[in-house]
Design a protein around this ligand. Structure first.
Ligand code: CP
Ligand code: NVA
Length: 304
């Protein structure tokens, strides 16, 4: 039966660990110039209903490096943007390609796409989650620290798709997470409840310094996500004090890592000093999107 990559909680720790192991192998092979055509002759259809730099490039380059091919399908130039039903798009694409990557607004829409597609579907960001990013983030921690499950993590900022995927990761992997959001921008209550039911060790607060105290990994993201552009001015006011800056870094462990999925707005959610500073691994993190997503695609599409 085909498997999809829609949400981290759909996967076991053993399965996700296997993806990290394969990511490391593929990264080493790519660095050494050793061919690894695990998806020779296969095609990935990439549906984008939102903008992207890293996701588009890393998936497309990743398919090429795996011996396959990727198609960029924007909503503006396909029938998707003109209202063709998701369930029809799913069944049509299943006749042409071997896997679908989608970046869109609604998580439910992605789930419907996966339900009607005979081929694996990968969530490349919805309003709810960004699971591929979290996998790259944890792989980056693994590379820099030698392990990730025994580390403590801190989120400072919006209760958005990235925060939700961190919550899912804390539930699946069992690590400690503190989430600091401004009042009124807390995480989704259902996602929070499900993580609690899974036994997740998460503390929610409105105090960034409390959240950062003793953390091994600090993480933030833009104050206004894609689709929230009209709220930008209000959010700049409401998020005052929620910047990942030197004061927050000083509250964390001395050898902490700073992550940011990028794109970053320097001077808003993160200071220039911190993103350019010695704790920041944001470009390793961006690179790892490539290696980890290759492992995800190979895992899903090799046998499909
Ligand atoms: N982090 C991330 O997903 O970047 P893009 O929006 O550029 O794809
Ligand atoms: N929260 C951001 C992440 C971008 C990669 C957004 O959804 O726009």
């Amino acid at each position: 039966m085909k498997k999809d990559f829609l949400c981290l909680t759909d996967w076991s720790t053993a399965e996700l660990d296997a993806i990290f192991t394969l990511s490391a192998e593929l990264k080493q092979q790519q660095k050494q110039g050793v061919a690894h055509p695990l998806l020779a002759g296969k095609t990935l259809g990439m549906i984008f209903e939102k903008s992207s730099t890293r996701t588009r490039i890393s998936f497309e380059v990743g398919m090429y490096q795996l011996g396959g091919h990727a198609l960029f399908l924007s909503s503006g130039t396909t029938q998707i943007g003109r209202g063709e039903p998701i369930k029809d798009t799913a069944r049509v694409m299943s006749r042409y390609v071997d896997g679908i990557m989608i970046r869109t607004f609604s998580q439910q829409g992605v789930e419907e796409l996966a339900q009607y597609a005979d081929i694996p579907v990968i969530n490349a960001l919805t309003d709810s989650y960004h699971p591929c990013q979290i996998m790259a983030d944890l792989f980056t921690v693994l590379e820099h620290k030698g392990s990730y499950a025994d580390k403590s993590y801190c989120w400072v900022g919006d209760g958005n798709n990235m925060a939700h995927s961190w919550i899912n990761a804390a539930a699946v992997f069992g690590f400690e997470l503190r989430v600091a959001t401004p009042v009124g921008y807390e995480v989704d209550s259902q996602i929070k409840r499900r993580a609690e039911e899974m036994g997740a060790k998460i503390i929610y607060t409105n105090d960034p310094l409390f959240a950062a105290a003793g953390a091994d990994v600090l993480n933030t993201d833009v104050w206004a996500s894609m689709g929230q552009e009209e709220e930008q001015a209000k959010r700049v006011q409401d998020f005052a004090g929620f910047q990942l800056n030197s004061e927050v870094v000083a509250a964390a462990n001395d050898d902490c890592l700073v992550l940011h999925c990028l794109p970053a707005h320097r001077g808003e959610e993160i200071s220039d000093e911190v993103i350019e500073g010695q704790h920041s691994v944001v470009f390793d993190e961006a690179e790892n999107r490539l290696h980890v997503q290759k492992a995800i695609m190979a895992t899903l599409m090799r046998k499909a």
